[in-house]
Write a new protein. Structure first.
Length: 280
């Protein structure tokens, strides 16, 4: 079977299985199975595949037909131009979250201490450290031991010197930070069963479930964060598209000022941020 025929086969298999973006996923799995890129494909698409490569491709397609996320099959996801290891212990980094990082980069100051709560794969804190124009000091926490192992691997791969803590929110955290940033679980519990299989069946439930109305972690972080912020420190959240006003109110109720709701590239509310004025 030629590379072109194999790609057509993959598209057909995934389409019949109801896989979203079946064409792209068929290509990415072919690329991964055969260790090729698009340039190689276009130059050699009429050539016969090695039998071993086609067998590998079939096995990868079988996994994707079961709605296992593409990123868990290949083990990687690109975020802020960087490659991150992912597995079923961490949420898959999404382009929406790049808005959070891009907005936070605007207020980074030299040697600022930054705390990333619910770090997961570590993509937020690592991206901040790699993309900031000035050195910062990074700390990241997560309640999941397995997630922290992934985050530590990613930090090592990107040569990011980060202090990692296993902690239920602030429980094991000490010190004061210029920025606390978080993409906490924010999907309401009753919505999770309605999500696509790739999400509800494979991504870690503890990274998704924001409990009633999806607001539990915002409420707890906004309430506790002032004790861990330096004077005029910032709190930045990623939010669900319909949570902007409610999260902004939670921040204001806990003393935050200059609270803003920021939209992502699709025009949806995606970030809520504000700062805690220094005591007079």
């Amino acid at each position: 079977m030629t590379l072109m025929s194999a790609l057509g086969y993959g598209k057909k298999e995934l389409k019949e299985a109801g896989v979203p973006d079946f064409g792209l996923d068929a290509w990415y799995l072919l690329e991964y199975a055969c260790k090729i890129d698009r340039s190689y494909y276009y130059l050699h698409c009429q050539e016969e595949m090695e039998e071993g490569y086609f067998h590998t491709y079939q096995q990868l397609l079988k996994k994707r037909k079961e709605h296992i996320p593409l990123q868990y099959i290949t083990g990687t996801q690109k975020f802020m131009g960087l490659d991150f290891k992912v597995n079923p212990h961490v949420l898959i980094p999404r382009q929406d979250t790049e808005t959070l990082v891009e907005e936070a980069l605007k207020i980074i100051e030299p040697e600022m201490s930054v705390l990333d709560l619910c770090t997961g794969s570590g993509c937020i804190i690592i991206s901040l450290m790699k993309c900031a124009k000035t050195p910062i000091r990074g700390t990241a926490s997560d309640i999941s031991k397995q997630a922290l192992l992934v985050a530590k691997e990613n930090a090592k791969a990107h040569q990011a010197d980060i202090t990692f803590l296993r902690s239920d929110l602030f429980r094991q955290v000490t010190g004061a930070f210029g920025l606390i940033i978080s993409n906490p679980p924010y999907i309401p519990s009753d919505i999770i069963p309605t999500l696509m299989p790739e999400v509800k069946d494979y991504e870690p439930i503890e990274a998704l479930d924001g409990r009633e109305a999806g607001l539990y972690f915002y409420r707890e972080i906004a309430r506790q964060a002032p004790a861990f912020l330096a004077p005029n420190g910032y709190l930045y959240f990623e939010i669900g598209y319909d949570q902007g006003a409610r999260v902004a109110s939670l921040m204001e109720e806990n003393g935050f000022r200059n609270v803003r709701v920021i939209k992502d590239l699709a025009g949806n509310d995606r970030v809520v941020c504000g700062n805690l004025p220094a005591a007079r």
